[in-house]
Design a protein around this ligand. Structure first.
Ligand code: CA
Ligand code: CA
Length: 292
């Protein structure tokens, strides 16, 4: 299987980035990723410093998906996510609304044993590896990997796991896919700014599909989850509702009012994260609405 190593990174998503690899559509490939701290925090003595902001959130890539052209969405199947044997968390006093509870900045190494994260020596939790940063080249200016947007990027949606499918826009020839910021575990909101930050590798395949699917979107076994990012959660809500309503009326062939009623009765509005430069929400539409 073709493999991209974690030293081939970009720090922003841009149509000007040169691809580090070309793959065929539907060809499986492996992307190695460094953690969001670029691997610089390896022990409790290592502290996050302002100088490290230049190298946070490296994304491996970009990878050119051969034969893709601007227009239809890219369908990315996440086949597997493997992590190394420890995760890192750096908590800071300026960590959003939660920062007031942080007595002093601290780096914590959390061992991963038998696919369980050891939290405090006694409590261990099954890991749920997810991809924090996954994006294609944006339509306009470059976007730093710390920021989410219509191109994907730092969405920090915990549903982007092995077995899920991600739909992203193709804004440039080859799409220019880049991936990084794996988390072994993260709760919705990511309220302390970091998840269980971990390096690892992702096995995936991608192809452009003939669909009017609004993007970014994550497909799980039972739902389509439409994702939107903006400065405020109110704006995020409007974006994700627009996408879900467009989906239900265009692809689901529902009337406008039927779609609105179904959205209120059967769909869930959730926060992905509130700590990045833009906040991110998702709106989850059950697939049963398509089976009428
Ligand atoms: Ca992130
Ligand atoms: Ca992260």
């Amino acid at each position: 299987m073709i493999r991209v190593t974690s030293d081939q990174v970009c720090y922003s998503m841009s149509s000007a980035n040169k691809p580090v690899l070309e793959v065929n559509q539907n060809e499986r490939f492996c992307v190695e990723t460094e953690d969001c701290y670029s691997g610089k925090l390896k022990s409790p003595e290592d502290r996050f410093t302002k100088a490290m902001w230049d190298t946070v959130n490296p994304a491996t890539g970009p990878i050119s998906i051969l034969g893709t052209e601007p227009g239809r969405p890219l369908r990315i199947e996440i086949v597997d996510i493997r992590t190394r044997h420890y995760a890192v968390m750096s908590v800071e006093r300026d960590a959003g609304a939660l920062g007031r509870f942080i007595e002093n900045s601290e780096t914590t190494i959390l061992p991963i044993e038998n696919k369980r994260l050891i939290l405090d020596g006694t409590l261990s939790i099954p890991i749920q590896p997810m991809i924090g940063v996954i994006g294609t080249a944006p339509a306009g200016k470059p976007v730093l990997n710390g920021t989410p947007g219509e191109h994907g990027g730092n969405m920090d949606c915990k549903l982007i796991t092995a077995g899920s499918v991600v739909y992203l826009p193709v804004n440039t020839k080859g799409a220019l896919l880049a991936i990084g910021d794996l988390h072994a575990l993260m709760g919705d909101g990511e309220v302390c700014i970091c998840g269980a930050e971990v390096s690892g590798e992702v096995i995936l395949k991608a192809a452009q599909v003939d669909s009017r699917m609004p993007t970014p979107c994550v497909e799980t076994e039972s739902h389509f989850h439409f994702i939107g990012s903006a400065l405020t959660l109110d704006e995020c809500e409007r974006i994700v509702l627009d996408k879900a309503h467009t989906f239900l009326t265009n692809i689901g062939k529902m009337s406008s009012n039927d779609a609105a009623r179904a959205m209120s009765l059967l769909c869930d509005l959730c926060v992905c994260q509130v700590v990045d430069p833009l906040k991110t929400m998702r709106f989850s539409v059950p697939k049963l609405l398509l089976n009428r």
